[in-house]
Design a protein. Structure first.
Length: 464
């Protein structure tokens, strides 16, 4: 089978490093040259969407508002009157919006837009519970004339169509805007990221992608997924990294982390960095991929040692980036020092209480300091036998009742494989390997599957 490699994920909930809330553990799956390259150069409650139209059109006859109308007798109310022979028409300008007040928070399963010939080339569907904070739950950058049926799984009181590019010289015109869902009021209490993963375990799987170097373009891989699928990954992952350019652009990467959180994504941070025997920036070979002598390692984990002081000074520097996220109420999945059970990286391959576990207390088996120090157990899958029952059962056995995840992969699992192994709470594919190891059709199939959660299906997360 090859070596299974793993890690612990720490979920930093509003920067509470003193508890396990927020750690991810990661298992690495194969110690081969190809597999090693993967790591290199470098909410409201969730409701599952049923593929059936909901009982009622919640928007029919409800109070509604628009940025404008064309002053020719086509007011906003005509988009919500149930009459397909009347319509709302906006001013002849690009940025326009229309929204409806459902009266109370409802579970929404779909929005239907019936466009006249003056339709939007680019538009979003946004929702809100308080008319203050709006969440984008759907994007369309290639809109079409006619009826657009948009499946959703959100809870909201207000639903807005926000358009920013016209397809014609006219404004925007809708025969009808329907919001389908349950007539029963629903709770909108936000949820933490960790509690959300617990809630979907055994039911659905979050899909995400790592954005490795360059840190100067920290959304490159995420944007490529959208260009292929028309859906945003639910999880965005970034990395401290180690080259001169990447170190200099760490703030660019962390600002992107904030942007992704504000857009509705789950945020993860990794840490491929050089050892404290070296100054930053550094190299992959001889840096991230290197090994400390036993004397150096003991100096590192001994309080007051030269390397111990150097490492603590480095951590003080790293902490400022997390403080920035804390100040902006971002919950972080922190996945440092992954694949600790193989000896490729300078922090890895040292079992026992004085080994890797002594460095960060986030690891498993001989590396595991105990369940109080991690929140999610993740397995990296790179070897050729793929998503076997043995790997899944091992992860379940180690994690117990805690969530499990595919921390990294090149070949994506299929929706059918995830249905057979339903406790995987997220899958994160590795940057460019996503596109070299899977066809566009395979990526599209996974991102559109009913048991896979893209960003538009995520709930509203708790913000302090």
């Amino acid at each position: 089978m090859g070596l299974m490699t793993f890690a612990w994920v720490v979920c930093i909930l509003l920067w509470n490093l003193g508890s396990a809330e927020g750690r991810i553990q990661d298992l690495y799956n194969e110690n081969t040259p190809d597999a090693i390259q993967q790591n290199t150069v470098a909410g409201g409650t969730h409701r599952r969407f049923q593929n059936t139209r909901a009982v009622t059109n919640l928007a029919l006859g409800r109070p509604c508002y628009a940025s404008s109308d064309d002053l020719t007798g086509k007011p906003v109310r005509m988009a919500f009157d149930g009459n397909s022979a009347t319509r709302w028409s906006s001013a002849y300008e690009d940025e326009q919006w229309i929204y409806v007040d459902l009266g109370s928070v409802r579970a929404i399963s779909s929005v239907v837009l019936q466009w006249e010939s003056a339709y939007a080339r680019m538009f979003q569907i946004q929702t809100s519970t308080d008319l203050s904070a709006w969440t984008t739950v759907y994007f369309n950058y290639d809109g079409k004339r006619g009826t657009n049926s948009i499946p959703l799984s959100v809870s909201a009181r207000y639903v807005k169509m926000y358009a920013w590019q016209r397809a014609t010289q006219w404004g925007y015109s809708l025969w009808e805007m329907e919001v389908w869902g349950s007539s029963t009021e629903t709770s909108t209490k936000p949820i933490t990221v960790l509690d959300y993963f617990k809630s979907i375990s055994g039911k659905q799987t979050v899909i995400g992608i790592h954005n490795r170097e360059p840190n100067s373009a920290p959304a490159m891989q995420t944007n490529k997924i959208y260009s292929i699928t028309g859906r945003w990954p639910a999880l965005w992952s970034g990395d401290f990294l180690f080259t001169s350019s990447d170190v200099n652009n760490r703030w660019t990467m962390f600002n992107e982390a904030l942007n992704q959180w504000k857009s509705g994504a789950i945020v993860q941070i990794m840490m491929h960095v050089v050892p404290p025997t070296q100054l930053e920036p550094g190299n992959w070979e001889g840096g991230v991929v290197s090994r400390l002598s036993n004397d150096q390692w003991n100096d590192l984990i001994t309080n007051g040692g030269n390397l111990n002081r150097a490492w603590k000074a480095r951590l003080d520097n790293y902490a400022q980036y997390f403080q920035f996220l804390k100040n902006n109420n971002v919950q972080v999945l922190f996945r440092p020092f992954h694949e600790m059970n193989q000896g490729v990286f300078w922090w890895a391959g040292r079992p026992g209480s004085s080994g890797t576990a002594a460095l960060y207390y986030y690891n498993w088996s001989p590396y595991n300091p105990g369940n109080d120090y991690w929140d999610i157990f993740s397995l990296d899958v790179y070897n050729k036998d793929g998503y076997t029952a043995q790997k899944y059962n091992t992860a379940v056995s180690v994690a117990g009742s805690k969530p499990i995840a595919i921390g990294e992969c090149d070949v994506l699992p299929t929706a059918s494989q995830l249905a057979l192994q339903p406790r995987w709470t997220f899958v994160m594919s590795w940057a460019e390997l996503t596109f070299s190891s899977n066809t566009n059709a395979q990526i599209q199939a996974l991102y559109s599957a009913g048991n896979v959660i893209t960003m538009d299906k995520l709930p509203k997360f708790f913000r302090k």
